[in-house]
Design a protein around this ligand. Structure first.
Ligand code: RIB
Length: 322
């Protein structure tokens, strides 16, 4: 069956060290657990989407190396079709993730092949764009390749969803406004406001602001629908003229109660499951999809790792009901 969601994004071989607290500069700490596995915001989101039972395809770049082989094998085992650009001149991306006892993370990564995804390679996958209903992007690749993907997404009338993570130094308003929906976290939302609306807000204060104020801030970005993920404080939705069948122009969803041990990739679980749920529940109000995404993100924090931690549709329903 043709893929209904297309994800163009990054693959990263994640390496994670679990510690009581983050080390101070110059300090060596004993870690109590180590984990390595497939990650990268793009790949995580594609797996999250595919595991909701929605046919999903992934376009990305890896090196001609061992970690690239791991990426291909994991995708094959998941039965997720991928169009890999295999680069001989760049390594597969790798990350170093430190996770503290509060399940918070710090990430440093080498972007490797992700930053060398050819725009022409993306354009050559036109058949995938022609068959899909939705396109999901992040910002861990070179912007010309992502701009090519957005252009094809618009040309084929796909719903274009941008998870603006991490906010790219060269992201311009044309690219931001080409998205129908964006899913920033608090930090990314503040950076976007500063860059595109000349508005300074402290990300730490966002979750406590009242809904009308958050909505007014979100409207300054000029994107049809803005979904701000607020970590352990849930998420906030702000619509422009098109409410996507929702009754309210803005609302907040409370977080689900879980025992988090690793929050890395929770935002990816959210974005991937959101797009999948938009396809699955296309006749329902948008809130239905956001509720599902909020639940999937919560469950992902109870499992170590990123792509392998993405819950299935059945796991989400078994835990929280329909
Ligand atoms: O969002 C989590 C992801 O960010 C990790 O998998 C890491 O690879 C980085 O891309």
């Amino acid at each position: 069956m043709a893929a209904q969601v297309l994800v163009v994004g990054s693959y990263v071989q994640d390496q994670a060290w679990f510690v009581e607290r983050f080390p101070r500069p110059g300090e060596t700490l004993r870690a109590n657990r180590y984990n390595t596995g497939p990650g990268g915001k793009g790949f995580n989101q594609a797996i999250a989407c595919a595991r909701q039972g929605v046919p999903t395809a992934f376009i990305g770049a890896i090196g001609n190396d061992t970690f690239g082989g791991f990426a291909e094998k994991f995708a094959r085992d998941e039965k997720m079709p991928c169009r890999w650009q295999i680069r001989n001149d760049q390594p597969t991306a790798t990350s170093s993730i430190t996770i503290n006892a509060a399940a918070e993370n710090q990430i440093a990564m080498i972007f490797g092949a992700n930053e060398h995804l050819d725009a022409d390679f993306v354009r050559a996958q036109d058949d995938l764009f022609a068959a899909a209903k939705a396109l999901l992007l992040q910002l861990e690749n070179n912007l010309d390749a992502l701009a090519a993907a957005l252009e094809l997404g618009r040309r084929h009338r796909l719903v274009c969803v941008l998870n603006p993570a991490p906010v790219h130094a060269q992201l311009d308003s044309a690219m931001l406004h080409a998205a129908d929906i964006i899913t920033p976290n608090e930090t990314e939302f503040s950076l976007l406001l500063e860059r595109f609306a000349a508005t300074q807000v402290d990300p730490a204060t966002l979750a406590q602001r009242d809904d009308a104020e958050l909505h007014a801030l979100a409207r300054k970005l000029g994107v049809a629908t803005v979904v701000i993920t607020l970590g352990s404080r849930g998420c906030f939705v702000s619509h422009g003229d098109d409410r996507r069948s929702d009754t309210d122009a803005h609302y907040r969803l409370a977080p689900e109660k879980v025992k988090a041990i690793d929050t890395t990739g929770a935002g990816d679980a959210f974005s991937g499951a959101l797009v999948a749920a938009m396809v699955l529940f296309h006749n329902a109000p948008f809130r239905r999809a956001v509720t599902h995404a909020n639940r999937a993100a919560a469950i992902s924090t109870e499992i170590v790792g990123t792509a392998p931690a993405m819950p299935t549709f059945d796991a989400v329903v078994a835990r929280f009901g329909r």
